[in-house]
Design a protein around this ligand. Structure first.
Ligand SMILES: Nc1ncnc2c1ncn2[C@@H]1O[C@H](COP(=O)(O)OP(=O)(O)OP(=O)(O)O)[C@@H](O)[C@H]1O
Ligand SMILES: [Mg+2]
Length: 482
C-alpha cells in the first residue's frame, strides 16, 4: 500500500472515529446529566422549555389569568375566548377532566392525555409537551371555578417537532458534514503529499536516475524538516558520487594517455635504432664515417631511452610513495650558493646569465638534499631549454615567510600559455604538442619535481607570461638548526 493511500485511510479512520466519539460523548453527556437513556429526545424538549413567551402570548396569557382570577365563569364563554385568541396562539381551557375549549376542535382527547395535572400552587407553570410528533410549549395557570371544580388555562405554541427537525436538518447536516469531511481530507492530503510524498517521490526518482547512471540532476529542497534533511543528504551523496565518478574517469583517461605516451616515447627511439641497425646490416653504412655516425645515433637514442625509462621508473616509484626521503635540516643559503656555482658553469657555456639573490640571514629548511637538487636542476634546465631571447637571463631568488622559505626560479624565456599552465605538472605534459625531440624531454620533469616537493611536505607552483618569461616557485618548511 502506498504512503499516500495509508495517509488517506488513516485520515478517514480518524475522522470517523472522531465523529463516533463525538456522538457517543454527546449521548453519554446528556445521559449523565438527565439520567435518562432517551435523553437525546429530551434534549430538544428541554431546550424549548427555556424559550420565553412572545409578547402576544404573554398578553393573551395575562388576559386569561385575569379572567380566571376575577370571573372564571367567563372562561366558559367561547366568544370571550375567541377574542383573546390570535393566529399564532392556541388556547385550551380545562375544567375538571374535560377540555372545554381548544382553538382546534379535533384534538381535545389527545391533548387532555398529554397536559399536566392540576396544581393549586401554580409552581410548574411552563413546560413542553409532545403531541402528534410535534412539540408544544405551554404556559399554564390553575384555578378553581366558582363551583370548586379544578380549572386550568393553557396557552400553547407549536414548535418544530423533534422528528420534523430531524427530518429537515439531518440530510443537510449529513451533507454538510460529508462536504467538510471531504474538504478536510483533501486539504490534509494536499498538505501531507506536498511536504512528505512529493519530496519522497523526487527522492525515489533521483535514486532511479542514479541507478541508471545519470548523475546530472539536482534535488531541490526548501524544507528544513527530516525529509528536507534526507533530501539534502541525498543531494550531497549525489554530488560526491558525481565527483568520484568524474575522478575515476579522469584517472582512466590519464592511464590511457600515460600508456599511449609511454608507447610513443619508447617507440620513436626504438624505430630509429632499428632503422639504423638495418642500415648497417644492409651495408648502407659503407664508409667508416657513416658507420660512426650511425653508431653515434644508435648510442644517443639508446641513452635517451635509458633516461626516459629511468625517469618513468622514478616517477612511478614516487607516485607509489616507494621512494624513501632522507630529510635533513639544510642551511638553504649555503646549499643554494653551492648549487648556483655548480650549474653556472654549464649556463655560462650556453651564454645564459644566472643571477642569485640570497637573503641576509641564514635560513634552515627541511629537505632531502639529493632530491632537492634534482628538482632545482630540472627547473633551471627548463628555463634554459625554453629560452628564446638574445639576452638570456635566469634569476634565483629566496623569500622568507612565517613558516616556510620560497625559492623562485625565474627566466625571461618563451613563457607558457595560460591554458597550458595548469597542466605543466602533469606527467608527460608538454606545452608544444609536437613532442619533437629537439627541445628534448618527455614531459616527466615537472611531474617528478612535484612528487618530490610534495614528498618533502612542500608546495610547487608556477606563474608565467607568454613571450615574457616564467617563474617556478618551491616552498619548503623551515627547519630548526640544532
Ligand atoms: N621555464 C619554462 N618556460 C617555458 N615553458 C616551460 C618552462 N618550464 C616548463 N615549461 C613547459 O612545461 C612543460 C613540462 O615541463 P617538464 O619539465 O615537465 O617537461 P619537459 O621539460 O618537456 O621534459 P623533461 O623535463 O621530462 O625532460 C614543458 O614541455 C614546457 O612546455
Ligand atoms: Mg623539463
Amino acid at each position: 500500500m502506498s504512503i499516500k493511500t495509508r495517509f488517506l485511510l488513516s485520515y478517514i479512520a480518524v475522522m470517523l472515529i472522531a465523529i463516533l466519539l463525538f456522538l457517543a460523548a454527546g449521548f453519554l453527556f446528556s445521559f449523565a446529566v438527565t439520567g435518562d437513556v432517551r435523553a437525546i429526545e429530551h434534549f430538544y424538549k428541554k431546550s424549548y422549555v427555556q424559550k420565553p413567551l412572545t409578547s402576544a402570548e404573554e398578553s393573551a396569557f395575562l388576559d386569561l389569568k385575569l379572567l380566571a382570577k376575577r370571573s372564571p365563569e367567563q372562561l366558559l364563554d367561547r366568544e370571550q375566548l375567541q377574542k383573546i385568541e390570535a393566529p399564532t396562539i392556541e388556547i385550551a381551557v380545562r375544567k375538571g377532566q374535560h377540555i372545554i375549549y381548544t382553538s382546534k376542535a379535533d384534538y381535545e382527547r389527545r391533548l387532555l392525555a398529554h397536559l399536566p395535572g392540576f396544581e393549586a400552587t401554580n409552581i410548574n407553570t411552563r413546560d413542553t409537551i409532545m403531541l402528534d410528533n410535534a412539540f408544544y410549549t405551554y404556559v399554564k395557570f390553575d384555578f378553581y371555578f366558582s363551583d370548586q371544580t379544578e380549572g386550568s388555562i393553557f396557552v400553547l405554541r407549536k414548535v418544530s417537532s423533534y422528528t420534523e427537525l430531524t427530518r429537515e436538518l439531518l440530510p443537510i447536516l449529513l451533507i454538510l458534514l460529508f462536504v467538510i469531511f471531504m474538504l478536510i481530507i483533501g486539504l490534509l492530503n494536499y498538505v501531507v503529499s506536498r511536504s512528505i510524498v512529493k519530496p519522497i517521490s523526487s527522492l525515489k526518482e533521483g535514486a532511479e536516475r542514479i541507478k541508471s547512471g545519470d548523475l546530472d540532476f539536482e534535488i531541490v529542497t526548501q524544507s528544513k524538516d527530516e525529509i528536507g534533511q534526507l533530501n539534502r543528504a541525498f543531494e550531497e551523496m549525489r554530488i560526491k558520487l558525481k565527483e568520484s565518478v568524474q575522478l575515476q574517469l579522469q584517472y582512466e583517461e590519464n592511464r590511457k594517455e600515460l600508456l599511449s605516451n609511454i608507447s610513443h616515447d619508447l617507440k620513436t627511439p626504438i624505430t630509429a635504432i632499428i632503422g639504423y641497425v638495418e642500415g648497417i646490416k644492409d651495408g648502407v653504412a659503407n664508409t667508416e664515417e657513416k658507420m660512426a655516425k650511425y653508431l653515434t645515433t644508435i648510442h644517443t637514442k639508446a641513452k635517451d631511452m635509458d633516461v626516459l625509462i629511468d625517469e618513468l621508473f622514478l616517477f612511478s616509484k614516487l607516485d607509489l610513495k616507494k621512494v624513501p626521503f632522507t630529510m635533513e635540516t639544510i642551511d638553504l643559503q649555503q646549499y643554494m650558493r653551492d648549487f648556483v656555482e655548480e650549474v653556472n658553469l654549464d649556463l655560462v657555456a650556453r651564454d645564459i646569465q644566472l643571477q642569485y639573490r640570497p637573503l641576509s640571514s641564514s635560513l634552515y629548511v627541511k629537505a632531502d638534499r639529493d632530491k632537492l637538487r634534482r628538482v632545482l636542476t630540472n627547473l633551471v634546465n627548463n628555463s634554459a631549454k625554453y629560452m628564446d631571447k638574445q639576452h638570456k637571463q635566469i634569476t634565483i631568488t629566496l623569500y622568507e615567510k612565517a613558516d616556510e622559505v620560497v625559492v623562485e626560479v625565474k627566466d625571461n624565456g618563451a613563457g607558457i600559455e595560460a591554458t597550458a599552465l595548469p597542466h605543466i605538472f602533469d606527467r608527460f605534459y608538454r606545452a608544444e604538442k609536437s613532442r619533437n625531440s629537439e627541445t628534448g624531454g618527455s614531459g616527466l620533469g615537472l611531474a617528478i619535481a612535484k612528487q618530490i616537493v610534495l614528498g618533502m611536505s612542500g608546495t610547487i607552483w608556477a606563474t608565467s607570461e607568454l613571450t615574457k618569461g616564467t617563474s617556478l616557485f618551491i616552498s619548503l618548511n623551515k627547519g630548526d638548526n640544532e
